[in-house]
Design a protein around this ligand. Structure first.
Ligand SMILES: Nc1ncnc2c1ncn2[C@@H]1O[C@H](COP(=O)(O)OP(=O)(O)OP(=O)(O)O)[C@@H](O)[C@H]1O
Ligand SMILES: [Mg+2]
Length: 381
């Protein structure tokens, strides 16, 4: 649904022009004062702009309006921003302020922040996968975990390919998309449930996908905007899986909303060294997230053993995915995640990781029949 702007104050063509540029699809209503809003039974306003440039005074009805409709977001348009007035405004429930000279960028930032606060309302879990080195199997793991999560909660798992360009998730999911993460980032100001959904592809594995773009963005991308896309996704899906580009600072900087960050490693010295550095860096950068390391393509005969990796990353390795190149490659060629076909060790490993991430009770795992599945693939006892 397009957002609605309501402006209190006289109709200023400059404000009108800025609002139209902020979101061409938004509907804008102009009102003389807040009393009519206060009389309403329900509020369908998204953002209320209060223009106080003439008298530099907050409308008396603002506090009452915020009490009656706490979900209304208020942006103040002032001639200057002085500390005591801003404090008074915040106490009365103003969320953001913009001041003269009115700039498009300031208005966009204020609107994006407000929309971001709205998005925080109900957030699902976000699982971000980052490879300690290229080619370790990060995308394979991300799409298979997402497919298992979609099986736990049908239609409710999303993969975001956070490679701004040339990501592979669409190949692994057998999908072709018209829109990409860059469209979401560039149109952040108009991202609502309907618009966001129109950017996604529904894949045959039950996972929805926001793909990477087919070409590099023409201008630099702000990681905060990428983070806001992830944040919005989490309001729409109980499970969002992010395939993160390890070499793009925009992607690595956009994990503010991750609940868990999975560093994917293997048993090669260069990868293990990087995994240690990355796990340490990610832990200090994202204190709210759980950072875990998973070994993919486990080689039981490697001279680097799991306890060596544990020492490097400073934490235990709870999952080691077996190596099954033929099956992994076949699944990629078919565009059909291998967890859709059970009864193999690798598939069971990905499912076990998905269950762990989703907090599905261990007993379910323990109840699995003995045999191949019962060995529970990579899960260590
Ligand atoms: N557990 C596994 N056993 C064997 N082969 C695997 C396994 N996981 C992934 N592969 C294979 O490894 C290759 C690289 O996988 P993938 O594209 O997922 O890696 P990546 O870390 O995402 O790479 P990139 O750094 O290019 O994004 C693919 O051919 C994939 O089929
Ligand atoms: Mg990849």
């Amino acid at each position: 649904m397009p957002i609605t702007f309501t402006v209190v104050g006289t109709r200023d063509p400059r404000v009108e022009e800025l609002l139209r540029a902020t979101d061409p699809s938004a509907s804008t209503t102009w009102i003389a004062d807040l009393d009519t809003l206060l009389q309403a039974e329900t509020s369908r306003l998204d953002i209320l702009f209060i223009d106080v440039r003439r008298d530099h005074r907050l409308p008396a009805a603002l506090a009452a309006l915020k009490r009656k409709f706490p979900s209304i977001h208020v942006i103040l348009i002032a001639s200057t921003l002085d500390g005591s007035f801003m404090l008074e405004a915040m106490r009365a429930g103003v969320n953001e302020c913009v001041a003269e000279p009115l700039q498009q960028a300031d208005l966009n930032t204020a609107v994006n922040r407000v929309l971001g606060q709205r998005a925080k309302a109900a957030a699902g879990a976000v699982f971000a996968f980052v490879g300690a080195k290229g080619g370790v199997g990060t995308t394979t793991m991300a799409v298979n975990v997402a497919t298992s999560l979609a099986a736990l909660s049908p239609g409710r798992a999303l993969v975001i390919d956070l490679h701004l360009a040339y990501g592979d998730a669409a190949v692994y999911l057998g999908a072709a998309a018209r829109f990409s993460i860059v469209d979401a980032i560039e149109n952040l100001h108009r991202v609502d449930a309907e618009f966001f959904s129109s950017l996604l592809v529904r894949t045959s594995s039950g996972v929805d996908l926001l793909t990477s773009a087919e070409r590099l963005p023409t201008k630099p991308i702000d990681s905060k905007r990428a983070a806001s896309v992830v944040e919005f996704a989490a309001t729409q899906y109980p499970y969002t899986v992010v395939d993160v580009s390890r070499s793009d600072p925009t992607a690595l900087d956009a994990l503010d909303h991750a609940s868990t960050i999975v560093v994917v490693a293997n048993q090669e010295l260069a990868t293990v060294t990087n995994a240690g550095r990355m796990a340490t860096g990610l832990r200090s950068r994202y204190r709210k997230a759980k950072v875990m390391t998973v070994i993919n393509r486990t080689d039981r005969r490697s001279e680097i053993e799991s306890h060596d990796v544990e020492r490097a990353v400073g934490a235990s390795i709870s999952f080691q995915m077996p190596s099954d190149y033929r099956r992994a490659l076949h699944a990629m060629h078919k565009g059909r995640p291998l967890t859709l076909d059970n009864h193999n060790e690798l598939s069971a490993s990905f499912q076990a990781l998905a269950e762990e991430l989703a907090g599905v009770k261990r007993e379910r795992v323990a109840e699995r029949p003995a045999g191949l599945m019962g060995r529970l693939a990579g899960r260590r006892s």
